[in-house]
Design a protein around this ligand. Structure first.
Ligand code: A3P
Length: 304
């Protein structure tokens, strides 16, 4: 059964505050933790494409772009199903009769496009063995934090974020699902030269989507006419995607995602963190950031 058919079920009762449990020191939902052996042993295929991100880095946006490329800009084909059914979220485990990411992936014909938020060291090893292509998208920490905070408020499957002040500390400490943002972006950055990984940045996509889509096209060894490229740019713009029920998560029952608390397609703008961080919080954050990112060659833009 797919999630959108679950409206009748008393999901509030079935999914109270989700329990969490660490796997290898990384916070996960208990369902993921309990299923970890199966997830770790997931069998990737050489023609799989994996979209890997830290939560809230622009996963859904990238999924839509990739799907449109793969379907040569055919909108109807891209509207065949919800994002989460088009691209299985491999570690996302749900109680039966809901489909977990593994079930969806295992039942999907190849070539498959898959999604993960796993930190690099926890990626099922078959992806490396099969040399599957991976697109990683990173987004600056402050905007990720703001986006994750609001998402945790509206998504009943994630732990309650508490107050803004509390959440800033929780995020800095990496005590959120999928662990530390700092370790995640650095870990995947270090892996990118040893594997088939295209490493993209949300801010670059926002700055010049055409340029970034062209990088994806090259990586996928795909050629499309200019008019199809322009169509993809239009249909994956924030305003158009916000209206697309197959991409904006509004088909889920409000007992799972309550868009009246905060819409999934919220702002889509680099620099929104300035509306939330106090001057003191920002200074503290920057100090801590320097320590956690020391020695890394990565640079992020917190505005464009
Ligand atoms: P905000 O909460 O800052 O608005 P993910 O898909 O990884 O969960 O990321 C969600 C974030 O990406 C949200 O950020 C969402 O608005 C933003 N997003 C989704 N589609 C987008 C698009 N087409 N253009 C820009 N941002 C987009």
């Amino acid at each position: 059964m797919s999630l959108e058919n679950m409206k009748d079920l008393q999901l509030e009762e079935k999914h109270p505050q989700p329990e969490t449990k660490e796997v290898n020191g990384i916070l996960m939902t208990k369902m993921i933790s309990d299923n970890w052996e199966k997830i770790w042993n997931f069998q990737a295929k050489p023609d799989d494409l994996l979209i890997a991100t830290y939560a809230k880095a622009g996963t859904t946006w990238t999924q839509e772009i990739v799907d449109m490329i793969q379907n040569d800009g055919d909108l109807q084909k891209c509207q065949r199903a919800n994002t989460f059914d088009r691209h299985p979220f491999i570690e996302w485990a749900l109680p039966p009769p809901l489909n977990s990411g593994l079930d969806l992936a295992n039942n999907m014909p190849s070539p498959r496009t898959l999604k993960t938020h796993l930190p690099v060291q926890m990626l099922p090893p078959s992806f490396w063995k099969e040399n599957s292509k991976i697109i990683y998208v990173a987004r600056n920490a402050k905007d990720c934090l703001v986006s994750y905070y609001h998402f945790s408020r509206m998504n009943k499957m994630l732990p309650d974020p508490g107050t803004w002040e509390e959440y800033v500390e929780t995020f800095k400490a990496g005590k959120v699902l999928w662990g530390s943002w700092y370790d995640h972006v650095k870990g995947w950055w270090e892996a990118k030269d040893q594997h088939r990984i295209l490493y993209l940045f949300y801010e670059d996509m926002k700055e010049d989507l055409k340029r970034e889509i062209e990088k994806i096209l090259k990586f996928l060894e795909k050629d499309i006419p200019e008019e199809v490229l322009n169509k993809i740019i239009y249909h994956t713009s924030f305003d158009v995607m916000k209206q697309n029920p197959m991409a904006n998560y509004t088909t889920l029952p409000t007992s799972i995602m309550d868009h009246s608390i905060s819409p999934f397609m919220r702002k889509g703008m680099p620099g929104d963190w300035k509306n939330y961080f106090t001057v003191a919080q920002n200074e503290e954050f920057d100090k801590d950031y320097q320590k956690k990112m020391a020695g890394s060659t990565m640079t992020f833009r917190t505005e464009i």
